[in-house]
Design a binder for this molecule. Structure first.
Ligand code: NAD
Length: 308
């Protein structure tokens, strides 16, 4: 199992670290355009191997895609992150060109690769990869919902004053401050709906805090977060590498599911060795359906900025 991570920045390095620590991949190649940067991150991470007890080999390279040849899975984190006060959508001008050229270089050396798109605005970048490569739809996966759901569970546990392992919940829709749809009515604590414990006002607050989860951290850190994004990506990579058939909300090309067409947006999917093995089309209530359509409008607006 060979995994490539493009972008050795905050998210890329965190993702490579979590993949290595989980010890399921034989090799992780980290590639960056900045001279020596990926080599440095790879060497530093390799020096944690004996301390953290993993055997995954981590290799760094400055833009040499021949080192990525034969990758089973590749993660695209290259591009600029947002600064405080920015939306993810504002990154499109720079990141679209980067994501398009990175995807094409990866495919030249690994034609059968499964791509996980992380760079923002993520749903639009995932759509761009569909439009500019010949990969089948099951092999193009946008990561956003797994992170947003982890942030939702964090906020739910906080509101319930419960351990996070007691809590389950999912966020679907676009990966943006306004587009996320936290499924508050489906969230549970040990199989009991959280609406049994929390008032509708408190649940609305949980949803609102979840939606600005990234912006809150960007304001605190001065740049976008990396631990939870890296951990979320590593969860997707592991589900594919180990053929786990696990369910995550991921951005995927919809063709009629959720009454949506020709758009990549977050919905629950099953991840296994073939990438997206199934789109899970759950029944939403009228309010959730309306939020999903509104979210899709936002993603379409950003897609409209792409020069395809
Ligand atoms: N989808 C999500 O849930 C999620 C979460 C967090 C961050 N992000 C996004 O991930 C991206 C990376 O964030 P970060 O905090 O790691 O940024 P960062 O600036 O720390 O790292 C980005 C890296 O990409 C490299 N890079 C730029 N152009 C490249 C190219 N053409 N080829 C190879 N490498 C290139 C840069 O040199 C840099 O090291 C941003 O777009 C950010 O918005 C997405």
């Amino acid at each position: 199992m060979k995994v490539t991570v493009v972008g050795a920045g905050a998210v890329g390095a965190s993702c490579a670290e979590y993949i290595a620590i989980k010890n399921f991949a034989s090799e992780v190649v980290v590639l960056d355009i900045k001279e020596g940067y990926a080599e440095g991150k790879a060497m530093d991470l390799m020096q944690t191997a004996s301390l953290n007890g993993f055997d995954t080999k981590i290799v760094g390279t400055t833009n040499d895609y021949s080192k990525t040849a034969g990758s089973d899975i590749a993660v695209i984190t290259s591009g600029i992150p947002r600064k405080p006060g920015m939306t993810r959508e504002e990154l499109i001008g720079i990141n679209a060109g980067i994501v398009k050229s990175v995807a094409s270089s990866l495919l030249e050396h690994s034609p059968n690769v499964i791509l996980i798109v992380v760079s923002n605005p993520m749903d639009t970048m995932t759509y761009l990869v569909h439009k500019t490569t010949s990969l089948p739809k099951n092999k193009i996966i946008g990561m956003g919902g797994a992170l947003d759901s982890a942030r939702f569970k964090y906020r739910l546990a906080e509101a319930l004053d419960a351990p996070i392992s007691d809590v389950d919940g999912m966020v679907i829709g676009g990966h943006s401050d306004t587009g996320m749809v936290p499924l508050t009515q489906h969230a549970t604590r040990n199989s009991i709906k959280v609406s049994e414990f929390l008032s509708s006002e408190r649940l609305e607050q949980v949803a609102a805090d979840t939606k600005v989860g990234g912006a809150t951290l960007t304001k605190l850190l001065g740049t976008s977060a990396w631990y939870a994004p890296g951990a979320a990506v590593s969860g997707l990579v592991q589900a594919i590498a180990c053929d786990q058939k696990k369910m995550f909300p991921c951005s995927t090309l919809l063709e009629g599911e959720y009454d949506l067409n020709d758009i990549c947006i977050g919905v629950p999917v099953i991840l296994g060795k073939n990438g997206i093995e199934k789109i899970v089309d759950i029944e939403l209530n009228d309010a959730e359906k309306a939020k999903m359509q509104e979210s899709a409008e936002g993603v379409r607006k950003t897609n409209g900025l792409l020069q395809l």
